[in-house]
Design a protein around this ligand. Structure first.
Ligand SMILES: Cc1cc2nc3c(=O)[nH]c(=O)nc-3n(C[C@H](O)[C@H](O)[C@H](O)COP(=O)(O)OP(=O)(O)OC[C@H]3O[C@@H](n4cnc5c(N)ncnc54)[C@H](O)[C@@H]3O)c2cc1C
Length: 466
């Protein structure tokens, strides 16, 4: 049923690629992942290629209207819909090609591809890229926030604010390349394609899962000690995530090697953690199977054909440096989770490897970090919006002030963050503004477009001729 419904919508959008608020389809097309906030765009424009994107940008310039692009619709603050009402939203649903060059070990990936589909197609050709865990994230917004494990793309095609296509790489428009790789989400133009370096999948990887006693504070400290001390020494191929909420404490992870090597590589860590409350899992899998497991998708079909699971949530992020959280910080965090009136999960993503290697062609600044904490508060109904948002905002402000670095991760975007400029971009913020002035602010409006109705007609004509 769901399949038929989605297919119908896709057909409809191909025939009516410009959707206005009075269209019956419109309300369902502006529901993204986070329903805590919602905005009503002036219009949704569905582009299929660079030319459509160019036309839309030129129209927006002519009409003096703001235009934003939406890839996967996962922005925590709905910036894929502009983060405010009345903008033109250029949706990239149909900019979804993937071309793999096995010899060159590169993949050209359309901005709207969702991660589940990217992993699946690359896997079929025997490759992977390091990226996030949620299958429905769009590669567009995700890659432009500059993934910490060096989601390194070699080049991009971008439609700039004048509607021109620019090729961007480490030589061509190198300043824009720098800005886009870390600070690119919605800021410098609309990226339609990325070319990524891809990596051969290892024949076998190992999925790890360990659960610990949440009720015993001494054991919690012990686990944090192991995470703080041994975590950063781990081999680059190990990724670990610790999860802590009111009732559970666990670690999941992945090592890009078979089980025996994994047990060996994890030996020191395992010797320092407290006694797990169930038998630890070290499961040999293919890389793709491990993604399916880690994604926690309800079924295999949804990994490749992901849909949103809209919910009410607010998230904060903290970058932890030095020796990690102190005992006092852990106690404050645990007390907060125990007493919070809304459901809150803290996840700790261990940094390391490529994440900590400085890269002068990237504006991702969080390099010398131990881990990034994401705290997410979820709730059931709109009438809890204010209470739950205020609760986590208040905690986040004090926790960051007292216990973590000043930095936060821009892909977990948070519009209540004070001094976001420094927290997301540190001392390169001024440079990013200069680059923005160069590429975005000098707009001209000499492009022919008499209004969106004409734009609608022209796009429909295109498909009518097929
Ligand atoms: C459930 C969930 C799980 C997540 N898990 C992870 C994770 O494991 N790791 C991680 O690092 N992050 C994770 N994220 C965060 C995610 O990476 C960011 O929210 C990312 O920005 C989403 O990209 P998108 O294209 O889906 O979102 P969108 O809402 O479509 O876009 C986000 C921003 O990027 C801009 N943008 C989108 N496409 C383009 C484009 N083509 N050109 C220029 N600008 C563009 C938009 O205008 C908007 O400002 C998660 C988010 C959610 C909701």
């Amino acid at each position: 049923m769901k399949l038929i419904k989605q297919f119908d919508i896709i057909l409809l959008l191909l025939w009516y690629p410009v959707i206005y608020p009075n269209d019956t389809l419109f309300p369902s097309l502006i529901i993204d992942q986070n329903i805590r906030v919602n905005y009503t765009p002036t219009v949704l424009v569905y582009a299929i290629d660079n030319k459509d994107v160019q036309k839309a940008v030129k129209c927006a310039v002519e009409l003096k209207r703001d235009i934003v692009s939406r890839s996967g619709g996962h922005s925590y603050e709905k910036y894929g819909l502009g983060g405010r009402n009345n903008v033109i939203v250029l949706d990239l649903t149909f900019v979804n090609g993937i071309t793999i060059n096995s010899e060159m070990e590169t993949a050209k990936i359309g901005a709207r591809n969702r991660l589940g589909n990217v992993y699946n197609q690359l896997n079929q050709a025997g490759f992977l890229i390091p990226a996030g865990l949620c299958p429905s994230i769009g590669i567009g917004g995700h890659a432009l926030g500059g993934r910490k494990y060096g989601l390194a793309c070699d080049s991009m095609e971008i439609v700039d604010a004048k509607g021109e296509i620019l090729q961007v790489d480490s030589i061509l428009n190198a300043d824009l390349y720098f800005a886009l790789r870390g600070a690119g989400g919605g800021s410098y133009g609309i990226v339609t394609y990325f070319v990524f370096r891809i990596h051969r999948t290892p024949p076998q990887v190992t999925y790890m899962e360990l659960a610990f006693n949440r009720a015993n504070m001494t054991q919690e400290y012990q686990l944090f000690d192991a995470f703080n001390e041994v975590g950063p020494l781990h081999d680059d191929g190990i990724a670990l995530k610790m999860r802590l909420n009111k009732s559970s404490l666990s670690i999941t992870g992945l090592y890009l090697s078979p089980r025996t090597e994994t047990l060996n590589a994890m030996k020191e860590f395992l010797s320092k953690v407290p006694e797990p409350i169930s038998i630890p899992k070290f499961i040999p899998q293919t890389f793709y199977e491990s993604f399916e497991t880690l994604s926690k998708s309800p079924n295999k079909y949804e990994v490749v054909n992901p849909v949103h699971h809209p919910n009410f949530f607010k998230a904060k992020s903290f970058v932890v440096k030095g020796k990690g959280l102190t005992r006092q910080a852990i106690k404050v965090l645990v007390d907060f989770l125990n007493g919070a009136s809304c459901k809150i999960l803290a996840s700790f993503d261990l940094f390391g490897g490529a994440a900590n290697v400085y890269d002068s062609s990237s504006s991702f600044i969080h390099r010398d970090a131990l881990y990034c904490i994401q705290m997410e508060s979820d709730w059931e109904a709109k009438d809890q919006n204010t209470k739950c948002t205020d609760e986590i905002n208040e905690f986040g402000k004090n926790f960051q002030l007292n216990f973590t670095s000043d930095e936060s991760y821009q892909d977990f975007i948070d519009r209540n963050l004070d001094d976001w400029q420094t927290r997301y971009y540190g001392n390169i913020f001024g440079k990013l503004v200069k680059i923005k002035r160069k590429y975005v602010i000098q707009l001209s409006s000499k492009y022919p477009c008499t209004g969106l109705e004409k734009f609608r007609y022209r796009i429909i004509m295109k498909y009518s001729q097929l």
